[in-house]
Write a protein that binds this ligand. Structure first.
Ligand code: SF4
Length: 326
């Protein structure tokens, strides 16, 4: 396989500059595949620096697909606590169970099987195939997308559509070191071609970079508007304790402890007390203090003084903090 000049330059830069990350450690092939699965799930919506301690704690507690498939939900959520987007943890366990039952404990090494697993979409399948199996895939994450947009100076709406970017990523070429190359491209975006103030002086490919030539590094984006949502959040308090329920009602924070809530559609004169951004929603929250706790299924009284002893999503912790201050 003849590598393009751009490929060689980026790989050479990576060899000299790559960060030492826990999932890049030299380990057996089986462990590498497991580490890639875990890190890619964690990195789906979270930054590398945030993920590192969570990843280390996770693999220390659950060192193999087998242990992940068998872990009880309480421990799993506790290990994920703080990373947010808990559906990733639940999907990870479902995926591990399928890998055990259907693939004899081995992570599949082809796109069709990978994409059929819970929580694995096009990007994650590409990343696993490249990083864990050294296959010639380039997963188009935010970092690689940024390098591509800047290198080719892609600004127009039709140029920055996903389909066009997928087509254009072929300019990076391919390498027999596919695992390193996918990570090299991600690393270049993360370390050098940063969202703000790219460090072009340390970049291995400035000569043919169109943004560098034009000295225009602004990135065009297709803006997605967050959906406005309205909720009444009900606060029942008894002897310094708050009533929480297990959420089986809403698609977000599924099965986690939240205050009882009701969603309103297009309310008039809605005076919010709190605002919270989650996934693609902008949550407008009005707090209602109530006296007689109704019977809620799967509810419990939560002692605010022992906040750290509970497995609570960040959302609920923020509401508690707000209530304590106001
Ligand atoms: S030269 Fe600058 S803008 Fe171009 S790819 Fe490198 S870091 Fe990004």
């Amino acid at each position: 396989m003849k590598e393009k000049i751009i490929t060689k330059k980026i790989l050479k830069w990576y060899d000299l500059n790559k960060r030492s990350l826990p999932w890049r450690k030299k380990v057996s092939l089986e462990k590498k595949q497991y580490y890639t699965l875990i890190s890619e799930f964690m990195l789906q919506q979270t930054q590398v620096t945030t993920v590192i301690p969570f990843f280390e704690r996770f693999i220390k507690n659950l060192p193999s697909i087998n242990s992940l498939a068998k872990v009880n939900d309480k421990k799993l959520i506790k290990l994920w606590e703080g990373l947010g987007y808990y559906s990733r943890a639940r999907n990870l366990k479902k995926t591990a169970k399928i890998i055990i039952s259907k693939y004899n404990g081995k992570i599949p090494n082809n796109y069709g099987d990978l994409i059929s697993l819970p929580g694995i979409g096009n990007y994650t399948a590409n990343a696993i195939l490249a990083i864990a199996f050294n296959k010639s895939y380039i997963p188009l994450d935010g970092n690689i997308e940024r390098v591509l947009k800047r290198y080719l100076y892609l600004k127009k709406d039709k140029e920055i559509q996903k389909d066009n970017l997928i087509e254009k990523k072929s300019i990076f070429g391919i390498s027999s070191r596919a695992s390193d190359y996918a990570q090299a491209l991600m690393e270049l975006g993360a370390m050098i071609c940063k969202p703000k103030n790219p460090e072009c002086s340390g970049c291995p490919i400035p000569k043919k970079c169109k943004s560098f030539k034009k000295k225009d590094f602004d990135l065009a984006k297709i803006t997605k508007k967050n959906k406005e949502k309205y909720f009444i959040l009900k606060v029942y308090k008894k002897n310094q304790k708050y009533l929480l329920v297990k959420n089986t009602k809403f698609n977000f924070l599924k099965n986690l402890s939240i205050f009882p809530m009701e969603e309103l559609s297009n309310p008039k004169n809605f005076n919010k007390n709190l605002n919270f951004k989650m996934s693609n929603m902008n949550m407008n929250i009005k707090i209602q203090y109530l006296k007689n706790a109704k019977r809620f299924s799967s509810s419990y009284w939560f002692d605010k003084k022992k906040l750290d002893n509970y497995m609570l999503p960040t959302f609920t912790k923020k509401v508690v903090k707000y209530l304590e201050k106001n």
